[in-house]
Design a protein around this ligand. Structure first.
Ligand SMILES: Cc1cc2nc3c(=O)[nH]c(=O)nc-3n(C[C@H](O)[C@H](O)[C@H](O)COP(=O)(O)O)c2cc1C
Length: 381
């Protein structure tokens, strides 16, 4: 375990008016961090739990599916939403709607998506390269949000690739334009989710951005990783994504670690099955039975990672179609099997690096402020 003295003596993380204690944020993950998954995570520990990314244009157009995705649980506070947009006007309008109608208490933004269909049009991780446009988007959003006292934060990557780093400018610009905090996923878009996050970039961002919190993100798979990131980079808080897939109790471990308490033992297979069942119930409450079952299937491999579950049983879990069937499958598990040590490593997306597709001539002039045509985006960051 890391020496937590330095970590424990840091001032509490504040994002706008909200104290985030422990300084832990659930990373927005499209298709994952819906109201059910956030509730499940929140039952283990405090922190800030960000909603799935919402497209600014869909908010402005009041797309029914999007409005459903913007749901929060009764006890969820602050309600944290992530917006994606590439155009200052649409972002301003979307933020105005959200704060005007009291739909969220905190708004984050996504400038880190590496997906080709997004960067090809100048969106996601390609956007901060256009410094003026990026500044305009942050300013427009902050202006609209601050009218209601809602903090606006910005999440980005190191840059497009190793020759085009954008994170230091992005951090300074976000700070100057009034963002309440910045988060850095310490990879370039070209890395996608491959290789290792370069935590030294988080330390450099922390030096460059003096007046607002800097949150570090990338490759936190254990509570110990989180303490180590804070100790190594000086960041003010951590953002945890893939590490909690199939492991929502990680937030309890993080809370214990940041409080200097011993980290609880990982759950047995029987306990994991109860978590999985709770996840299913929460999904059914929000999305109805059929959608819930479809959504749950993608979590199965994560829940059972490293546990002795035979391939036939795994396959049946991954195709589960009803709560009764889920119970029948759960009954077949070896409930006493202890939490496996090898389940602590990387999980979720990894993929391989690749060249980032950009609009023609995108890199010619970082200071033009053309608004890219990209707006549709459904695949996250
Ligand atoms: C399935 C999935 C969906 C994601 N969706 C989003 C998203 O909508 N917005 C965003 O800013 N980042 C998104 N990300 C990136 C994460 O927020 C996070 O930055 C990244 O996974 C690195 O953190 P980690 O190493 O803790 O997973 C997504 C990641 C995954 C794995």
């Amino acid at each position: 375990m890391e020496d937590v003295t330095a970590t424990l003596s840091k001032p509490a993380l504040k994002i706008g008016p909200y104290e985030v204690d422990p300084p832990v944020v659930l990373a927005p993950m499209a298709g994952i961090t819906n109201v059910a998954f956030r509730r499940l995570c929140r039952e283990y520990g405090a922190g800030l739990y960000v909603c799935e990314m919402i497209t600014a244009r869909a908010v402005v157009e009041r797309h029914p599916g999007t409005m459903h995705m913007m749901a929060f649980d009764q006890g969820e506070y602050p309600r944290s939403m992530q917006l994606y947009g590439v155009d200052p006007k649409t972002m301003r309008e979307a933020v105005k709607i959200i704060v005007g109608e009291g739909l969220a208490d905190h708004i984050d933004s996504n400038f880190g998506c590496p997906v080709a269909k997004v960067t090809r049009k100048g969106g996601g991780a390609a956007l901060p390269y256009k410094r003026k446009l990026f500044a305009q988007i942050v300013r427009a959003s902050v202006e609209a949000a601050e009218a209601a006292g809602v903090p606006f934060t910005v999440k980005f990557r190191i840059g497009i690739d190793d020759d085009h780093h954008t994170f230091l400018d992005a951090g300074r610009i976000a700070e100057a334009e009034g963002a309440a905090a910045v988060s850095l996923h310490a990879r370039t878009a070209a890395q996608r989710y491959s290789g290792k996050a370069d935590w030294s970039a988080i330390a450099r961002l922390k030096e460059a951005v003096q007046t607002i919190p800097v949150l570090g993100n990338g490759d936190i798979f254990t509570a110990d990783d989180a303490l180590r990131m804070v100790a190594e980079t000086g960041c003010d808080g951590v953002v945890v994504g893939r590490g909690c897939l199939g492991r929502p109790w990680l937030f309890g471990e993080l809370e214990a670690a940041f409080a200097g308490r011993p980290i609880p033992e990982g759950p047995s297979l029987g306990e994991v099955a109860q978590v999985l069942r709770r996840h299913a119930e929460l999904l059914v409450q929000h999305d109805g039975h059929d959608k819930a079952m479809r959504d749950l299937r993608k979590h199965m491999a994560w829940y059972f990672m490293g546990f002795p579950v035979g391939s036939e049983l795994r396959r049946r879990f991954a195709m589960v179609s009803s709560m009764d069937e889920l119970d029948e499958l759960i009954a077949q598990l070896d409930h006493a099997a202890p939490f496996p040590a090898d389940a602590l490593g990387p999980r979720g997306r990894q993929g391989s690096p690749g060249k980032v597709t950009l609009p023609h001539g995108w890199l010619d002039n970082p200071d033009d402020d053309l608004v890219p045509e990209a707006e549709d985006m459904h695949s996250g960051g």
